[in-house]
Ligand binder design. Sequence first.
Ligand code: HEC
Ligand code: HEC
Ligand code: HEC
Ligand code: HEC
Ligand code: HEC
Length: 264
Amino acid sequence: MSAVDENEMVDSEETADEKQTRPVTNEKNENVGAGGLIILFFILGLAASLVVGWIIFPKLLYSQKKQPIDYNHLLHVEEVEEGCESCHFFREDGSFSGIPRLVQCIECHEEVQGDDPEEEKFVNEYVFKEKEVPWLVYSRQPDSVFFSHAAHIKRAEMDCVTCHGLIGESEHTRIYEKNRITGVSRDIWGKSIGGFKKNTWDRMKMDDCAECHAETGGRSDNQPNIPITGFFKNIIEVTFPGTSGPGRKTSAQTQHESCFVCHK
Ligand code: HEC
Ligand code: HEC
Ligand code: HEC
Ligand code: HEC
Ligand code: HEC
């Protein structure tokens, strides 16, 4: 047995003695102390679980990856002639080209033309080796989801920004975060653990698609959006869910056959 252990034993014996000799009148104070201690532990425990839930868990849940190349949208949009459509366009059959392939870059990058290290990396590692860049797609949905750009851009005439945010004006690619459990990009469920959404592009999970479809897709809601009626609609919806709003009768999510609008 080490010296430290012996000391500890002596200490605990002493406290046991103290307790025995303590006057009876102190008992009440001790109880108050215990109550305070419980509250203190409760608060500490709550704080600790909040830290775990709000800060540590999200950090553990998502793995971070860098794009293979730091791509500058702003620079390229100025270089090309037809803006976004030079690289993201609709093919003859109406399908969307998505992220451009190497052939679309080669007309300008057959050789290194500037002294940007990212361009050098791009040309040496991909153009010369004729290898496609394995871009990580922030907005990629799970395989079970069917999405059509033509329906939204051609028919509904929507802007890229509505769903993708300001990526077309960015100078650097941001970090891609992947959910370790589902394997899906963090952009689908969004950054806010509390579920708050400031911009339409903050997340794009099922409810977000359905929310917009309820507003626009049903086509039965031609009433102007007056704030005060919106307020009452909200109250009714919160109090009696499923009974009001244009979305409720047309909403994709409340009709079983409508699942197949987005799931094939
Ligand atoms: C010279 C070609 C080029 C032009 C022009 C261009 N892009 Fe891109 N775009 C790319 C490449 C390469 C990527 C993949 C790298 C990345 O994510 O930044 C990409 C990715 C994207 C993505 C990411 C999809 C995702 O979820 O990962 C969006 C959205 C996008 N572009 C929108 C735009 C918009 C809006 C414009 C016009 C303002 C535009 N792009 C112009 C080449 C281009
Ligand atoms: C219309 C011509 C043009 C096309 C098409 C084009 N680029 Fe560029 N790109 C440029 C010019 C000009 C620069 C600036 C040259 C420099 O300073 O290095 C550049 C710079 C770059 C750079 C370094 C700056 C940065 O973005 O970080 C990368 C990487 C790059 N291009 C990748 C691509 C990829 C990938 C594609 C295909 C999707 C592509 N480029 C298509 C003209 C083009
Ligand atoms: C209604 C919302 C919406 C709008 C508007 C929209 N997108 Fe998308 N975009 C998506 C979704 C959702 C995906 C993921 C699709 C999937 O996983 O099948 C996506 C995927 C992409 C991708 C990646 C495709 C790939 O290779 O997987 C690019 C690039 C892109 N969009 C560019 C654009 C551009 C450019 C515009 C504007 C012309 C635009 N998007 C408008 C929702 C939208
Ligand atoms: C900001 C509004 C908005 C968002 C967000 C949105 N949509 Fe849509 N979507 C529309 C509108 C409007 C139409 C109807 C286009 C038309 O037919 O005129 C549509 C049509 C569609 C269609 C075609 C239906 C058909 O009859 O051909 C599919 C599929 C679809 N959306 C899937 C999705 C999915 C999946 C998401 C989420 C990842 C999504 N949408 C997000 C507005 C939106
Ligand atoms: C407006 C488009 C839309 C409609 C309509 C829709 N979904 Fe979804 N659903 C999505 C999107 C987008 C995702 C992936 C994002 C997420 O997890 O929220 C998803 C995910 C799911 C998932 C999780 C599966 C996975 O791969 O992660 C299930 C289960 C599901 N939907 C069932 C349904 C059912 C049942 C209905 C009909 C009552 C329905 N959905 C209608 C867009 C839709």
